[in-house]
Write a protein that binds this ligand. Structure first.
Ligand code: DGY
Length: 323
């Protein structure tokens, strides 16, 4: 409820492809304007005088956009759990409540992580290529892969999605879970997951899942030195952000079989150019950032983001506040 019941705040939705669930909630109480082209120039022009913003794209939310909006702006929500494209300091400095969409996507992203682990360890991409090039060989030791059974699984970032991945993999009879991060997580105890330094995790794991936020600390955390410490049989899964991995070093590690394979939902840049070298590698299984891309999850993200914006406009705590 807004303090003035007659107030119809102006809300900008920064992308025209936002699911209707959230838009419907906003339209009931606000004047909604949509950035039809998704272009920055249109966004900057339309943001002027807005009271709230549903930040439905991954473009930079920075001082420029906040300045263009003006001082009346009182509520923003992203439609993502990762907010690396937000200049958080600028938002905080202006004391504008910022929402985001954690938890509702845990299952969808964990599913993609497990899917990538199987696809990369069992050589799906290479297998498909062999069929297409008429190189299907009918013999016993052809296209052999790695098993999750009895493996050591390292989770880089044991947050809600990391835990959901562990929960799913428990059914695969994993040997041991390792994880790293800033501090031990009580949730990890349920999986007997051991808190270890990053370099120990890297050296001991058969499967490594990257599911931590992209920050200055994690940027290019997986570099040539790290790849040289990994097992040659190891499989790397990235469902977080592409920039956590030094992609040239990853290419080198995959090309020269320093690691077994990789399964990537995220990369740098996105979209990845069609002629990118990573796409030439048989042991790299790549999908185009589909982690949260299910109908149900995207609808839930849209509703949560809209509720965040409405709460901020009503001077109430957001359902999911980013700070
Ligand atoms: C997120 O929410 O951060 C996912 O990457 C999907 O955008």
């Amino acid at each position: 409820k807004f303090k003035d019941p007659n107030w119809r705040p102006k809300v900008l939705v920064t992308h025209n492809d936002v699911p209707e669930t959230g838009l419907k909630l906003l339209r009931e109480k606000c004047e909604v304007t949509v950035v039809e082209t998704g272009e920055r120039s249109e966004l900057l022009q339309k943001v002027k005088g807005m009271d709230g913003i549903f930040w439905g794209s991954h473009q930079k939310l920075d001082a420029e956009a906040l300045d263009m909006a003006g001082p009346q702006l009182k509520s923003i929500s992203t439609m993502s759990v990762g907010i690396d494209y937000v200049d958080l300091e600028e938002v905080k400095r202006r004391k504008i409540p910022l929402g985001y969409t954690p938890n509702v996507l845990n299952d969808a992203v964990a599913d993609i992580g497990v899917g990538l682990a199987i696809a990369a360890s069992r050589r799906f991409h290479e297998g498909r290529q062999k069929i297409e090039s008429s190189e299907w060989e009918r013999r016993q030791q052809w296209l052999l892969g790695q098993e999750i059974r009895d493996s050591t699984v390292g989770i880089v970032g044991f947050g809600a999605i990391g835990e959901t991945i562990a929960k799913r993999l428990t059914g695969f009879n994993v040997g041991q879970f390792l994880y790293c991060g800033h501090r031990p997580k009580p949730a990890a105890e349920k999986y007997n997951a051991k808190f270890v330094p990053f370099m120990d995790l890297v050296a001991q794991s058969d499967f490594i899942f990257i599911i931590c936020p992209l920050t200055n600390e994690t940027r290019k955390m997986f570099n040539a030195e790290v790849f040289s410490k990994m097992k040659t049989t190891s499989v790397l899964i990235n469902v977080a952000r592409g920039d956590i991995v030094d992609q040239e070093a990853l290419y080198d590690a995959l090309k020269n079989n320093k690691i077994f394979s990789a399964g990537l939902d995220v990369m740098s840049p996105e979209p990845l150019p069609a002629d990118h070298p990573l796409l030439t590698l048989p042991n790299c299984f790549i999908i185009p950032h589909l982690g949260s891309a299910t109908i149900r999850t995207r609808n839930d993200m849209s509703s949560l983001a809209a509720m965040n914006v409405l709460c901020g406009l009503a001077d109430e705590p957001m359902n999911a506040a980013a700070y």
